[in-house]
Design a protein around this ligand. Structure first.
Ligand code: CDP
Ligand code: ZN
Length: 159
């Protein structure tokens, strides 16, 4: 078994909607980002890559490379899942915490899990997504952006 942790922050700016864990959520602001700005998928990718000792997504998909501009982060996630499978691992489980004062995330949690489970080639009960505010403290609390923490456990595939 291997454990991995990922953390990412994206800043609000420009027009909404935002995309979080593959789900489009109406919001007054969008994310300032090179890709679609899906900060939840970025944290999840970094957790998987961390477990595999394969650096991070910035390393695999440099934002200086024009081919990743506005790319759906789901494509990055599927690539990372491919690397995980190539290395002989499958997902045990993933747990994701979205730190956001706004927008309201809870109505979208099930759709997010369904979306991620598809890309992770896993069952719904292997991927959890939850949300918390910071009681209006700090950058998330001031609605300047969203932070996401992700933890994964990978299991060696039995061949
Ligand atoms: O301290 P606790 O996390 O319980 O309280 P909170 O941060 O105010 O979050 C209360 C509930 O709101 C949680 O169950 C979250 O799922 C939900 N929530 C949400 O839907 N959207 C957010 N942006 C933040 C929290
Ligand atoms: Zn990111």
């Amino acid at each position: 078994m291997r454990i991995g942790h990922g953390f990412d922050v994206h800043k609000f700016g420009g027009q909404g909607p935002i995309v979080l864990a593959g789900i489009e959520i109406p919001f007054e602001h969008g994310f300032i980002a090179h890709s679609d700005g899906d900060v939840a998928i970025h944290a999840l990718c970094d957790a998987i890559l961390g477990a595999l000792c394969l650096a991070d997504i910035g390393n695999h998909f440099p934002d200086t490379d024009g081919q990743y501009e506005n790319i759906s982060s789901r494509i990055l996630l599927r690539h990372v899942v491919g690397l995980m499978e190539q290395a002989g691992y499958q997902l045990g489980n993933a747990d994701i915490t979205i730190v956001a004062q706004a927008p309201k995330i809870s109505p979208h949690l099930l759709a997010m899990r369904e979306c991620l489970a598809q890309d992770l080639n896993c069952q719904l009960d292997q991927v959890n997504v939850k949300a918390t505010t910071t009681e209006k403290l700090g950058y998330a609390g001031r609605k300047e952006g969203i932070a996401v923490h992700a933890v994964v456990l990978l299991m060696a595939k039995d061949e």
